[in-house]
Design a protein around this ligand. Structure first.
Ligand code: LMR
Length: 400
């Protein structure tokens, strides 16, 4: 009966994690999946989260279903963080927000909604992008194309090509964008480039879908949301998926949000209703625990400030690792014609190293250093104890 069902080749990022765990090499380093590890190589539990956990720790408390859209405090937290506490659109009730199962869940619900209500729309993702973007939209029967984004040779953004391409898209086509810490390249648009792009989006009546999974890891909470807030100021009907996996270190709790900014409060109410309906048809309502943590941390001034500081210290540690890796590589490969400036020009958790598939494979088989096959390195897996080892391994494969 199931003999003709295709085998699943596995996910390029999650599959790598399994391979890493099975690797007996005592020096192995996991720089594949986008997870922040602390300076001791451990997955941190943030102090603000520990406090929140103590406040909710009651194992015999009743467990009712949450509303389809999740906890009101979770939804409010998403809106405040993305649009700014005092944003007019929030006072006007023009944003439909639901709590979701991480950023992936937000993308899925958003894509289902688009498929249902904008069936003619195609979705365009950056070349390259996070592989699951394509999988999620295609999984909702939406045709996916890609727009020019990253030039490997110069480690920079092909902005003019991108703009020319976007100008040719059809009204209500969806443009999937990364407001900060682009995954996988780490190369973000400047604010001026965002202004230009959003103007083109407005003129051509496209739908910007902003996927923000690393808020706080780029510059700061507000600057990282620049593109979202600018799009709102320009009156665009923006979709935003956000994730708390990385910035609250709550990966397994699956907490995120989907927000759709609408022209009027009445439209927001209709959209909100349809998002609830999508959720009901897939999983009814989100789990409670992570939602309570988000609600407590984000809606308590003291805990919120503590959280922001904790995110910034993760951000700063990653930046320090970028500097260190760059400096070792520059020393080791001083006699070669390589330029490692890209390492510190890139933002967030990832560095797109430009290594070939063969070089990535060598790093894995000879040194137990795991990068995604497209050459993406998770900088948050580096620490003072392994950065020399990784740099030496990289230098060896780059020497050929
Ligand atoms: C990543 O890009 O590594 C993370 O977002 C984890 C994932 O789900 O792929």
């Amino acid at each position: 009966m199931f003999a003709n069902i295709d085998y699943y080749a596995g996910d390029p990022i999650l599959g790598l994690m399994d391979k890493f765990v099975a690797d007996p090499n005592p020096n192995k380093v996991n720089l594949g999946i986008g997870i922040y590890y602390d300076e001791n190589g451990q997955l941190p539990v943030l102090d603000c989260v520990k406090t929140a956990e103590q406040r909710i720790a009651n194992p015999i408390a009743p467990r009712p279903y949450l509303p389809m859209a999740g906890l009101p405090g979770h939804r409010q937290a998403c809106q405040d963080l993305l649009f700014g506490k005092d944003a007019q659109i929030l006072q006007q009730g023009r944003v439909a927000t639901i709590a979701t199962l991480g950023g992936s869940g937000a993308l899925k619900v958003g894509a289902e909604f688009l498929h249902e209500w904008f069936p003619q729309s195609k979705c365009y993702v950056s070349d390259p992008t996070w592989s699951n973007h394509i999988a999620i939209f295609e999984g909702c029967d939406i045709e996916v194309g890609s727009y020019p984004y990253y030039d490997k040779a110069s480690s920079s953004i092909k902005f003019d090509e991108m703009i020319d391409f976007v100008k040719k898209l059809k009204k209500q086509d969806v443009l999937l964008l990364h407001p900060c810490c682009h995954n996988p390249t780490g190369m973000d648009l400047t604010q001026q480039q965002w202004d230009t792009l959003l103007e083109v989006i407005k003129q051509h009546e496209l739908i910007p879908f902003m996927d923000i999974a690393y808020q706080g890891f780029g510059e700061d909470m507000d600057s990282d949301a620049y593109a979202i807030r600018k799009a709102v100021d320009m009156g665009l009907p923006v979709f935003v998926s956000n994730s708390y996996s990385k910035n609250l270190s709550l990966y397994g709790e699956r907490v995120g949000g989907l927000s759709i900014v609408c022209p009027t409060a009445d439209e927001a109410e209709r959209v909100f209703g349809q998002l609830n309906f999508v959720v009901r048809r897939i999983y009814t309502s989100p789990p409670a625990h992570g939602g309570h943590v988000v609600d407590i941390v984000m809606n308590d001034d003291k805990l919120y400030q503590q959280w922001v500081n904790e995110v910034y210290s993760m951000r700063d540690r990653i930046k320090a690792m970028r500097l260190k890796l760059k400096s070792i590589l520059e020393t080791e490969l001083a006699d070669f014609d390589y330029n490692f400036d890209y390492i510190t020009r890139q933002n967030g958790m990832f560095s797109f190293t430009g290594l070939t598939t063969e070089q990535v494979e060598r790093l894995q088989s000879e040194f137990g250093v795991y990068l995604v096959s497209n050459s993406r390195m998770c900088m948050a897996g580096l620490n003072v104890n392994n950065v020399d080892y990784v740099a030496q391994a990289m230098a060896t494969v780059l020497k050929g």
